[in-house]
Design a protein around this ligand. Structure first.
Ligand SMILES: C[S@@+](CC[C@H](N)C(=O)[O-])C[C@H]1O[C@@H](n2cnc3c(N)ncnc32)[C@H](O)[C@@H]1O
Length: 287
C-alpha cells in the first residue's frame, strides 16, 4: 500500500539478459552475427528512440537471439513479430515467450530475414545481424515505417552523414531518400557478449517523402552509385566514366546539358537534392 492508500502497482518485470542467454543454452557465435546485448540500460533505452507518435500496434524485430529486446518490445507494443534464423534461438524464443505466443501477441518467424516474406509492420526495432545491415535496411526502408536499428558504428554514421563530410556517400543519399536519419546513441563493445570488434550505433529513421522529385528511383540510385565510385573525380568525369553503372547511353549529352557549377563539383559535395536534379536531367537527355 502506498502513503495515499492506493495499491502499489509492480513495475512490469523485464527479463535479465544473462538469465535469457543461460536459458537459451547456446553461446553466441560471432561467425553467425550473434553478439547479444547484456547491458540492461542500453536495452531499456532502445524502444524509447521510437518517434513519440509511432504506431506500436505491430513491431517487427529482425534477429531475436536470446530475446532481451523482444522482451522490451512486448512491453511497449500490442504485437511483435520476431525473425530468427538460428533454429536453437528460434526454439528458445518459442519456449521463453510461450505465454505471449498463446496470447497472440508474439509471432516467431524462423528463417533468413532476407528470404522470408516480411509481414506488414508499423515500426521495426532491431539489433541487426551486422552481416546483412545494408541488404535488410533496403528491404525495410521502402516500407515507409519508423525504424530504430543497431548497426556497426561506422555504418550508422555513414547512413546519417551530411554532404561535405568524409562519411557522406551513396549509403547516406540512398537511406536519406526514405527518411530523416539520426544517430541516437553510440554503444560500446562491452554492452555485448561476445564483444564485437567495433563499437555500435543506434540509428533512428523517421520516414518522410523526399523534398525533391525523382521519376525513376532505380535510375536515381544507379546514378548516385556510379558517381560515388568516382568520388575523387569531378561530376563531369564521373558521368563520362560510369555509363556501365548508371545505365546512361549518352553520357556526353548529360555533360553538355548540365550546369558548369555542378560539373565542377565532386560527389561528396553534392546534396541529395543536387543529385536528384542532375539525375532528372540525365534521365531526360542521356538514357
Ligand atoms: C546481433 S544479434 C541480436 C540478438 C538480440 N536481438 C540481442 O539484441 O541480443 C543478431 C541475431 O540475428 C540472427 N541472425 C543472423 N542472421 C540472420 C538472418 N539472415 N535472418 C534472421 N536472423 C539472423 C542471429 O542468429 C542473432 O540471434
Amino acid at each position: 500500500m502506498t502513503s495515499d492508500g492506493s495499491e502499489q502497482v509492480p513495475e512490469a518485470a523485464t527479463r535479465d539478459p544473462d538469465a535469457l542467454i543461460r536459458r537459451a543454452g547456446v553461446r553466441g557465435d560471432p561467425n553467425r552475427d550473434q553478439h547479444f546485448l547484456i547491458d540492461d540500460r542500453v536495452v531499456d533505452r532502445i524502444p524509447t528512440y521510437l518517434p513519440a507518435d509511432a504506431d506500436r500496434s505491430h513491431v517487427l524485430e529482425i534477429g531475436g537471439g536470446p530475446g532481451v529486446l523482444t522482451d522490451r518490445l512486448l512491453a511497449v507494443a500490442d504485437r511483435v513479430t520476431v525473425v530468427e534464423q538460428d533454429r536453437s534461438f528460434a526454439d528458445h524464443l518459442r519456449r521463453e515467450f510461450a505465454d505471449a505466443i498463446a496470447a497472440d501477441r508474439l509471432t516467431v518467424l524462423e528463417g533468413d530475414a532476407l528470404e522470408l516474406e516480411l509481414p506488414e509492420f508499423t515500426a521495426c526495432v532491431s539489433n541487426l545481424p551486422y552481416g546483412i545491415s545494408s541488404e535488410i535496411s533496403f528491404r525495410l526502408l521502402p516500407r515507409g515505417k519508423p525504424l530504430v536499428l543497431m548497426f556497426q558504428k561506422e555504418f550508422g554514421e555513414r547512413m546519417a552523414a551530411e554532404s561535405g563530410t568524409s562519411e557522406y556517400g551513396r549509403l547516406s543519399v540512398s537511406a536519406q531518400h526514405y527518411g530523416d536519419v539520426e544517430v541516437c546513441e553510440i554503444v560500446p563493445r562491452e554492452a555485448f557478449d561476445p564483444k564485437p570488434a567495433v563499437q555500435s550505433a543506434i540509428v533512428r529513421i523517421t520516414p518522410r517523402a523526399p523534398d525533391y522529385e525523382v521519376d525513376d528511383e532505380e535510375f536515381f540510385f544507379d546514378f548516385v552509385k556510379a558517381l560515388f565510385t568516382q568520388r575523387r573525380k569531378t561530376i563531369r568525369n564521373g558521368i563520362r566514366n560510369t555509363p556501365h553503372i548508371s545505365g546512361l547511353s549518352d553520357p556526353e549529352a548529360v555533360v553538355e546539358a548540365a550546369d558548369e557549377d555542378v560539373l565542377r563539383k565532386r560527389a561528396g559535395n553534392m546534396s541529395p537534392e543536387a543529385f536528384a536534379e542532375l539525375a532528372q536531367l540525365a534521365a531526360s537527355v542521356g538514357v
